[in-house]
Design a protein around this ligand. Structure first.
Ligand code: ADP
Length: 252
């Protein structure tokens, strides 16, 4: 039988392949771990509202409607917790969609018109003063309209949730980017928390965020959307002074 001689350079090649292979396995394991973590976190998030719903429903079943005011309170709670679950599952699906690397349906959009429409919608829903400033009367970007709209709504929504004053939205352009900046004058974010807020389910203050109906997924989704557009999201903040969230869309 012929003897197989592994030459030195072949050995080197094999070693290189082994290193690449190991790295790939490492990355797969990391992704799997992230998925596992997501399922665990998501289940945990759903558990609280479900427990509340179940206990109120149990109570109604056991006692019947003896006291109308009490029953109404139970039904209202069931309704608001169910709405919370609905919102959360929508966000889970959104997150999965923006993480899957699905292709973008990009086309030219007039950013001024898009933002005017978003602001009109949010103003009437939340009864808050939201001002829009734009450097040019028409700013065209190439983007997936639904996704970009979602990212813009997420950052304005946060400004609404975490402040009580007016909100300013600025549309600017420089040589490389179109920039959407949302400025609020609210509670702000401590410096050491900024790096965490883009993590899925991360909230600076869990209790407060629950009160405001937050899921801790908004910024993770906005970050994915900007990544899909080869852009970026940046947040800077001063506690007690306010927060600035910026979306950068690269010019093609
Ligand atoms: P949530 O649904 O909880 O708002 P996000 O992912 O959108 O989740 O934001 C993560 C956390 O970052 C929030 O829970 C909040 O603590 C903090 N945060 C985001 N935007 C602001 C803001 N404009 N002002 C203060 N805190 C903010």
């Amino acid at each position: 039988p012929k003897k197989i001689v592994i030459q030195h350079d072949t050995k080197d090649e094999l070693q290189k392949m082994a290193v690449t292979f190991n790295r790939m396995i490492g990355r797969l394991e990391e992704n799997l771990e992230k998925q596992r973590q997501f399922i665990s976190d998501a289940s945990h998030e759903l558990k609280t509202p479900l427990t509340v719903i179940k206990s109120y429903a149990d109570h109604l079943l056991r006692r019947g409607i003896r006291n109308e005011a009490e029953a109404l309170e139970a039904i209202e709670t069931i309704h608001s917790e169910a709405t919370r679950i609905q919102k959360m599952t929508e966000r889970f699906l959104n997150l999965a969609d923006t993480e899957s690397g699905n292709h973008l349906d990009a086309k030219p959009i007039d950013l001024v018109i898009l933002c005017q429409n978003i602001i009109k919608q949010l103003k009437s829903a939340y009864k808050r003063e939201i001002n829009l400033y734009f450097a040019n009367p028409s700013i065209t970007v190439s983007a997936d309209e639904l996704k970009l709209k979602q990212a813009i709504i997420i950052i304005i929504d946060n400004a609404i949730k975490y402040s009580t004053n007016h909100i300013d939205v600025y549309l600017n352009e420089n040589e490389h980017n179109t920039i959407i900046k949302v400025k609020d004058y609210g509670i702000g974010i401590p410096e050491y928390e900024i790096k965490n807020i883009f993590e899925r389910f991360y909230r600076v203050d869990k209790a407060r965020s629950r009160e405001t109906g937050g899921t801790g997924l908004g910024l993770a989704i906005a970050k994915n959307i900007m990544k899909q557009h080869h852009g970026e999201i940046k947040i800077s903040s001063t506690e007690g002074v306010g927060t600035e969230a910026e979306l950068f869309l690269p010019k093609s």
